[in-house]
Ligand binder design. Structure first.
Ligand SMILES: Cc1ncc(COP(=O)(O)O)c(C=O)c1O
Length: 380
């Protein structure tokens, strides 16, 4: 495998991660739901003002829990953007749902709310709002549509922890939301995620589902005298070792977000004139969206120019990557009826989007090097 001078992503320690892991071991509790898991849950509940937050082993697993909580069954339909990670759809297809792929808007690359209503049928159970790059979807319009048709909203907020739409945190709009703490995310435990619950009727069952279908949480609270199998479920608790790592990162929320904002702004300010002159589009966030500074992308004019820029940067030791092949054109997507032309904006963007290296300790010197390498690329 090629080693890059500047990788696409690199894990970063904010300071207390290893000390907290040691503490987790000394606590004699390294399985799930230990003291650090509770600290993380409470941190998220306090910061976001969600009814409950539960750490999970991944965002994928948090989405699987959402599908279980919503009783998704064979024949149900879920609407989601074709421009997303495969887990957004898989979690629901695992329960037998039929995915209905929606296109995205050309500006934020989020669900095109103006096209949603046409996709709703009596079988529609959920709309999956994916906040791409941590820029909020048009939640006012999406909430209105969902309410009028009695459809649940699940937010896939893998990218958008602590971002806001109209002054309200992402992850607080849907009845349920999923976060990711995968290595590439702003806050990480290597692998990890969280389920956010905004509707009380899901709290008790979510405890059961994440505890392998047992009422063990009630047992630990002394509410029942033995625990037993009461529902379907699986093993969704991360080790407290991972929670210890994550808690150190969450505690450094301000530092991490400040670092990432600086990196994002440097790219934006130093590439905007170059991009404008070449018909290359920069990220767009509406004024009422406070983004999470999760990623920085360029939209090149063609597939050829994107491939040329990736190759050029590779020669300079810089790893830049593309994002999301359209789900409706994947093998699985086609098996659900997806075909060319269904989601034209998704198809256009998937061929042209390029993500630049982005990690918490990316230095300004390295960013200068990246920006000048980009500007040297011939034929742009
Ligand atoms: C939009 C989106 N949803 C879900 C996921 C899956 O997250 P995880 O790796 O925590 O399961 C990703 C991963 O990058 C993602 O981009």
């Amino acid at each position: 495998m090629m080693r890059y001078r500047i990788p696409f992503n690199r894990p970063w320690l904010s300071g207390n991660e290893l000390a907290y892991i040691r503490q987790a071991v000394e606590n004699n509790h390294i399985s799930g739901d230990g003291p650090f898991t509770k600290k993380c849950n409470e941190f998220l509940e306090g910061a976001l003002k969600v009814r409950r937050a539960f750490l999970t082993t991944s965002c994928t697993h948090a989405l699987e829990i959402c599908a279980l909580l919503l009783n998704i069954r064979p024949g149900d339909e879920v609407i989601l953007p074709s421009f997303t990670f495969v887990s957004t759809v898989n979690a629901f297809v695992l329960r037998g749902a039929k995915p209905v792929f929606a296109d995205i808007t050309a500006d934020t690359l989020n669900l095109n709310h103006t096209k949603l209503e046409a996709l709703i049928t009596p079988k529609t159970k959920a709309i999956l709002a994916v906040h791409y790059a941590g820029v909020g979807c048009e939640m006012d319009a999406i909430l209105d549509i969902a309410q009028r048709h009695s459809i649940s909203i699940v937010e896939d907020n893998a990218h958008g922890l602590f971002a806001k739409y109209k002054n309200r945190y992402l992850g607080t709009f849907g009845c349920l939301a999923a976060q990711s703490f995968h290595e590439t995310k702003n806050f990480t435990s290597g692998e990890g995620g969280a389920l956010l619950i905004n509707d009380d009727r899901f709290i008790e069952r979510s405890e059961v589902i994440r505890e392998k279908g047992t009422n063990r949480s009630r047992f630990f609270r002394g509410q029942v005298d033995k625990y037993t199998w009461v529902d379907i479920g699986s093993s969704y608790l991360p080790s407290d070792i991972l929670a210890a790592f994550l808690y150190a990162q969450l505690e450094s929320r301000n530092e991490i977000q400040t670092r990432r904002a600086r990196i994002w702004n440097y790219y934006y300010e130093n590439l905007q004139d170059w991009a404008r002159d070449r018909n290359i589009r920069m990220p767009i966030a509406p004024s009422y969206c406070e983004q999470s500074y999760h990623l920085f992308y360029l939209l090149l004019p063609s597939l050829e120019s994107r491939s040329a820029l990736i190759r050029h940067l590779r020669v300079h030791g810089i790893d830049a990557v593309f994002h999301y092949q359209p789900l409706h054109l994947s093998d699985m997507g086609r098996s659900f009826g997806g075909k060319e032309g269904d989601c034209p904006v998704t198809e256009y963007v998937s061929d042209r989007l390029l993500r630049l290296p982005f990690y918490n300790d990316l230095t300004q010197v390295d960013q200068e090097y990246i920006v000048s390498a980009i500007k040297e690329c011939k034929g742009m």
